[in-house]
Design a protein. Structure first.
Length: 144
């Protein structure tokens, strides 16, 4: 399942970035996502960032790890500048996750992954920086 398949993602208008883009997801600025100041609501930005962290995990590790159970355990978020336009979500695993997720899942069956996310508008202004901590466990194969 892609992050954009979820009902909340569809409600927010999240879409996969065009092929060849450096970012993962996009969220258009629409009137229903505005806060009382006329900028993008913090909750909408958070939802985009969380979906992008899941998309990042799938793109980097999906084929290598197979079927897993993954949930967010913790998040650090810093809102930088007000978002006044469409947002693009950029993401990458931290070094430990990049280097050890696949082997640790194979060996221990579980791993704590860290995905770093930046949200930027189309002019490159950083509106949010976040660190998502994921708990990931292998789904045991079915027994007959």
């Amino acid at each position: 399942m892609k992050a954009t398949d979820l009902a909340l993602s569809q409600l927010l208008g999240l879409v996969i970035a065009p092929a060849g883009s450096n970012h993962l997801l996009e969220m258009p600025m629409t009137p229903r996502l505005l806060n009382h100041l006329g900028t993008m609501h913090a909750a909408a930005q958070f939802a985009l960032a969380e979906a992008a962290s899941a998309e990042c995990l799938q793109r980097h590790f999906g084929r290598a790890v197979g079927e897993v159970f993954a949930v967010v355990r913790g998040v650090e978020v810093k809102y930088r500048k007000p978002a006044t336009g469409d947002l693009l979500a950029y993401g990458a695993p931290d070094e430990n996750t990049r280097d050890h997720l696949v082997s640790e899942l194979a060996e221990r069956g579980r791993f704590s992954a860290v995905i770093r996310i930046d949200l930027k508008d189309r002019t490159g202004t950083l509106t949010l920086h976040a660190k998502f901590d994921w708990f990931i466990a292998r789904v045991p194969p079915p027994t007959d």
